[in-house]
Design a protein around this ligand. Sequence first.
Ligand code: GUN
Ligand code: FE
Length: 426
Amino acid sequence: MNNSFVLRGGIAFSESENSIVTYYRGYLVCVDGICKGAFTELPDEYKSLQLYDYGERLIIPGMTDLHVHAPQYTFRGIGMDEELLEWLNTYTFPEEAKYADLDYALKAYEYFAEDLRRCFTTRAVVFGTLHNEATIKLMDLLEDTGVITYVGKVNMDRNGGEHLQEKDAKASIEATLQWLNAIQGKYKNTMPILTPRFIPSCSDELMKELGRLSAERDLRIQSHLSENLSEIAWVNELVPESTCYANAYEMFDTMGTPERPTIMAHCVHSDEREMAILKKHGAYIAHCADSNMNLTSGIAPIKKFLDAGINVGLGTDVAAGSSMNMLKTMLITLQASKMYYRLVDSNVKPLTFEEVFYMATVGGGKYFGKVGSFKEGYEFDAVVIDDSKMYSMRDMSIRERIERMCYNDADAIIKDKFVRGKKVYS
Ligand code: GUN
Ligand code: FE
């Protein structure tokens, strides 16, 4: 199969935040890895291309997982009765420390990479650990999946305990430069991203150096923001001169710019002040609803963020989130927003299915450019799904079928997955 072809099936994609367009037995054209649009009738100019007819199957854009921790994948679903800081110290840091052992890392990262290849995700932004060798192995494996990713070697020079901490800011920056050197020019699909874990893990000096490095080398940054109330109180103590957690990142020049946007995972407790900072810098919020439920972090007011024009995508945040399945993340996003409306603030309306589908595809995809849609000019990332095991007593519209697939992910079987027009899973 070359990079130019036509797919036929039940097509659905977001036209805007509030609308999903569908085509029953429509045509989807890919030329050189770029989408030429979806059509009811195939235009003459594309009739010479190879046609793959998927019949009654669904074809949707690939999804973007804006926040996932690769080294946490193998212990997902365990230790979920703790809140963030206890969970990190009890389960997460001891597990990540094991990635000093390259054999251990290789085995675990093979599981992660293979499952990433098999899920709805075609783009992902990934945390590694602080270990260079293990992170390079992870990048090698991800490159081979065909999924397009940003991957970060984690920076942490405080509060990681004896086994998961770099000596000081200088050592952490030196390791980062070595990592960047080692991977320079090595990959097509895999890009580096600077990854200060969060303010409690990084000294002021380290944060400032990472801010400088980001601007100097035009490297993006990912981190965590306002996830948990104890974490926020701790940041206020650690950086007393900041006006809020987001301002602490801003002080260290790590909030990025619209051209070099920072991803901030969570923002569960971000108020109007933090929203203004995120908006000003063109940052992306990675909303991780599954994680926020599991660690009792709270419910992020995503509808408010969308209405304020802030960039929002979805993240699975494995292993605080217990699955890499973006359909499950979409479902919990919907359910959480409904409970926010009912229990927290009735002025904030629940998210619609259209809005959540948009965030999972275009909202996060935008971080990678023209990604997440079948409009003309978008990179051709697509997932073909067989939902025939979800029996129904009547004909269902394409819109109904994708909503049902989200609420009942178990029976949505991925048949084929394409990234930039290349089949990466079948
Ligand atoms: N904050 C700092 N590190 C982490 C992590 O690994 N997971 C989550 N959910 N939050 C964090
Ligand atoms: Fe996280």
